[in-house]
Design a protein around this ligand. Structure first.
Ligand SMILES: C[S@@+](CC[C@H](N)C(=O)[O-])C[C@H]1O[C@@H](n2cnc3c(N)ncnc32)[C@H](O)[C@@H]1O
Length: 414
């Protein structure tokens, strides 16, 4: 497949559908690289079909692996030596920057003295989000607003103020208290946004910063049904949905012949990132991943069956109790008997080896995170076009501030 140059993938009055279609077909074409989860599948089929690629990633040092995980375009370039169609990666994931100058972002960001209870990243994310939407022309409706950090950031520039919807009564109370304390024109209502009888205020600018899965999809559907004049959404946690097999929102995408039909579990890939996790969390994840893979080897051996066995999430206390305690807990959950002479150190070594292999295979799988995310978000954009909106899609902040940095900004056409 030869793609047009990146610039033509970006859209003035042009529809987002052709871009969605290219991504859809590319993701379908490369399914073998991203659908099998390396954690469950020690030797995915692609490692046999492209043994040189498999050998190349296996031979990477940890630090080269970590570097390439953060540089997917470089990895795609490397892998395209064996899988030429991966060279299309860069053109497929390119989207414009929506945030204006640093100065405008700084002006739109709440000063620290007014950012009580607001984690530093959230303050900056909300500022970048607000700056990307300037000028605001309608009162805003902040969907799943938590304590109203975005609401309070938008309020000074928002004619008519901001109404927030949030279902957690404690957050509602705290948010309203903060708004009163700082004199912000913000009022938060305790509201389940999924309620079928939800009253939809007219003539509001619907905004949502990191509302999860079905929650942001509900705003896109219900907000466009209610003909809201503008909808601005930065989505996250796409996999939080009650659909087993995900269906696109737009008619054109849903009617596409070669439609990708990801399971809920496949959708997790779109948000699988480590970029913002602190070192301590990363280390803990490494340790428990090694234990789980070690236990996987052990259970395959004990059952005489070379198949992955899902083990539920473990209680936090186990992390401090060591690998043998973890094995006893997991064996109990799976009704397996652990022999008294189990050589835990040997199985831990198996876990370490599997983890190194999983990390290398995940490197290749991770290439498909952003394409999958864009596949979802481009469909939302096509859906909003179908509902009569003119849509901008791009990044509202740097990935280091949040990997969920895509923003759809849709204005209803007269
Ligand atoms: C990831 S947080 C985002 C909060 C806020 N937008 C922000 O960026 O700080 C998602 C919020 O959605 C709220 N929420 C979850 N389900 C909801 C529902 N059905 N109705 C209203 N709010 C909900 C949660 O309580 C949480 O505050």
């Amino acid at each position: 497949m030869t793609l047009p140059p990146a610039a033509s993938l970006h859209h003035g009055a042009e529809s987002f559908y052709p871009h969605w279609q290219r991504l859809n077909d590319w993701l379908v074409q490369h399914r073998e690289f991203w659908q099998p989860a390396p954690f469950m599948e020690p030797e995915p089929a692609w490692t046999r079909r492209y043994p040189e690629l498999a050998a190349t990633v296996s031979a990477l040092s940890d630090s080269d692996g970590e570097h390439l995980d953060e540089a997917p375009e470089q990895l795609a370039g490397l892998a395209s030596g064996w899988v030429p169609s991966l060279a299309d990666y860069a053109a497929l994931v390119q989207v414009p920057q929506l945030s204006p100058s640093e100065e405008n972002v700084a002006t739109a960001t709440l000063p620290e003295v007014r950012a009580t209870d607001m984690p530093g990243r959230k303050r900056l994310q909300a500022g970048a989000f607000a700056a990307s939407l300037a000028p605001l022309e309608h009162p805003a409706l902040d969907w799943c607003c938590g304590k109203g950090h975005l609401s309070r950031t938008l309020a000074p520039a928002c004619p008519g103020g901001v109404q927030g919807y949030e279902w957690n009564p404690e957050l509602v109370r705290d948010g309203n208290r903060l708004a009163r304390q700082f004199g912000d024109q913000v009022s938060i209502s305790c509201q389940d946004v999924m309620a079928p009888a939800l009253a939809f205020p007219k003539n509001r600018h619907g905004v949502a910063l990191h509302a999860c899965g079905d929650l942001h999809r509900q705003l896109l559907r219900r907000g466009s049904d209610a003909a809201l004049p503008r909808l601005s959404v930065s989505p996250c946690c796409y996999h939080l949905t009650n659909q087993e097999i995900y269906r696109p929102l737009s008619e054109r995408a849903a009617g596409h012949d070669n439609l990708l039909q990801p399971s809920r579990n496949d959708l997790r890939l779109a948000v699988q990132e480590t970029v913002t996790a602190p070192a301590r969390v990363r280390e803990q994840t490494r340790k428990t991943s090694q234990w789980r893979l070690a236990f996987d080897g052990l259970q395959r051996h004990l059952r005489g069956c070379d198949e992955y066995l899902p083990v539920p999430s473990h209680p936090a206390r186990l992390v401090n109790e060591g690998f043998p305690a973890f094995c006893r807990w997991a064996a109990d959950k799976k009704h397996l008997e652990l022999p008294g002479n189990t050589d835990f150190d040997a199985w831990l070594a198996v876990g370490a080896q599997r983890l190194a292999q999983v990390r290398r295979h995940e490197l290749v799988r991770h290439l498909f995170r952003r394409p999958l995310e864009l596949w979802l978000v481009l469909d939302y954009s096509v859906f909003l076009e179908e509902q009569g909106y003119r849509v901008r899609l791009g990044q509202f902040c740097d990935r280091a501030l949040t990997p969920r940095n895509l923003l759809i900004d849709a204005i209803r056409m007269p």
